[in-house]
Design a protein around this ligand. Structure first.
Ligand SMILES: Cc1ncc(COP(=O)(O)O)c(C=O)c1O
Length: 382
């Protein structure tokens, strides 16, 4: 019998999924990164109405012009002048990433990626024969890379760098000065700058700092409505760039990946934009209360140091249990009724950390933290 491709055989299931698949129903789950909210009612109704109105067909590959126009307009404050030609709808951020790497990476070329990372980045680059070259985002530096470190990794085969702020798994954000330094690095080496900003509407104490509008010619944005409107199961996102050549290539490729996005759903998202644009802010204030709760609980536990993140809905504390790996600790927590992800699932510098997604109620966070504290005290002998 014929076998499978090397690229299929080389890809491993992510560590996040592995823990999730082992968990029973009775655990308190800080496992998966999806909001525990439903999409705005108005979006559900608009999608349903669109289906009844006959919007059950293929759309143009780039998607519904009215929605793309609305998306382009939503970036006006940082990048005026964009229009629907600068947006291609995709079936999720995951789809957008795959398309972007397919469009930019040739075999033998490399892409600089953050580490700890969203686990799809590396395999996505590898699928097209590229090398994933990881730059460290360390706790000691509030999970932001240093330019000195980036300079040691870049070479003439580097085609792109990906930044992800707010970050999964660390929740890290950047200041405008840090953004400008990271931008200059990409410009100095003539790299494509891929910016994954799927958490742009979940930023707590200041404004989201975007790369959009900085260097119109080389910046490519990945975004998604999974987190913005709590639509993880809808599978809808988009690519945006001021670079018309990049948009043409990516729109062309999108045809071969999914032909187009979902017809009726685009009307649902449009309605959310038009009539429920403050919905993400409501979610965000609840996430902020949860962040405060989980950080204060974790920071009060022996052996735990938790950076207070400014965005997304993850904390990535350093957890010191002598002689145990983050996977061992996560397994023990699972036995104690708490599901979280071992930091090592997000790359080697995640070792010694755990990721908690605070996408559950404050009551459950408190219960989960009680259980976490009991297990950690037992493991550490405190
Ligand atoms: C950093 C980051 N990028 C992209 C995605 C993909 O999101 P989706 O495929 O649901 O749009 C996720 C999902 O968790 C993420 O955390």
């Amino acid at each position: 019998m014929r076998g499978f491709s090397d690229r299929a055989m080389d890809i491993q299931p992510t560590g996040v999924r592995k823990m999730f698949d082992m968990a029973g129903d009775d655990v308190i789950s800080f496992g998966l990164g999806e909001p525990d909210f439903q999409p705005p009612e108005i979006a559900i109704e608009a999608m349903y109405q669109a289906m009844k109105d006959g919007h059950n067909k293929y759309t143009t590959t780039a998607g519904l012009p009215a929605l793309r126009k609305k998306i382009a307009k939503s970036w006006d404050h940082v990048c005026p002048g964009l229009d629907e030609s600068n947006v291609c709808m995709t079936m999720s951020g995951t789809n957008a990433l795959l398309n972007i790497f397919a469009s930019l990476v040739n075999p033998g070329k490399n892409v600089l990626l953050p580490e700890p990372y969203f686990p799809l980045y590396g395999p996505d680059v590898g699928l097209w024969g590229g090398e994933a070259r990881f730059y460290e985002c360390l706790f000691e530096n509030e999970f932001v890379p240093t330019i000195e470190h980036l300079e040691t990794l870049v070479d003439e085969d580097t085609v792109a760098i990906l930044y992800n702020f707010p970050s999964n798994p660390t929740g890290a954000t950047i200041t405008k000065d840090q953004r400008d330094e990271l931008l200059k690095f990409a410009q100095r080496h003539d790299l494509w700058l891929i910016t994954d900003e799927v958490y742009d509407r979940i930023v707590f104490d200041g404004e989201h700092v975007s790369f959009v509008g900085c260097d119109n010619d080389r910046v490519i944005l990945v975004n998604s409505f999974s987190k913005t409107f709590a639509m993880t199961g809808w599978r809808i996102g988009y690519i945006l760039s001021a670079n018309s050549e990049a948009m043409a290539q990516m729109t062309k490729l999108q045809y071969y990946i999914t032909a187009c996005s979902n017809d009726a759903m685009q009307y649902g998202v449009l309605a959310a934009f038009e009539k429920a644009n403050d919905y993400p802010d409501e979610m965000c204030s609840e996430f902020k209360a949860r962040r405060d709760l989980i950080c204060s609980r974790l920071n009060a536990m022996p052996g735990v140091q938790c950076h207070v993140p400014e965005g997304a809905f993850y904390v990535f504390p350093k957890v010191d249990v002598p002689g145990m790996s983050s996977e061992d600790v996560a397994m023990e927590l699972l036995k104690g009724g708490v599901l979280c992800s071992p930091g090592s699932a997000f790359g080697p510098s995640g070792e010694g950390h755990l990721r908690f997604a605070y996408t559950i109620s404050r009551e459950d966070i408190s219960l989960g933290m009680d259980k976490t504290e009991i297990v950690l005290k037992r493991l550490r002998g405190d």
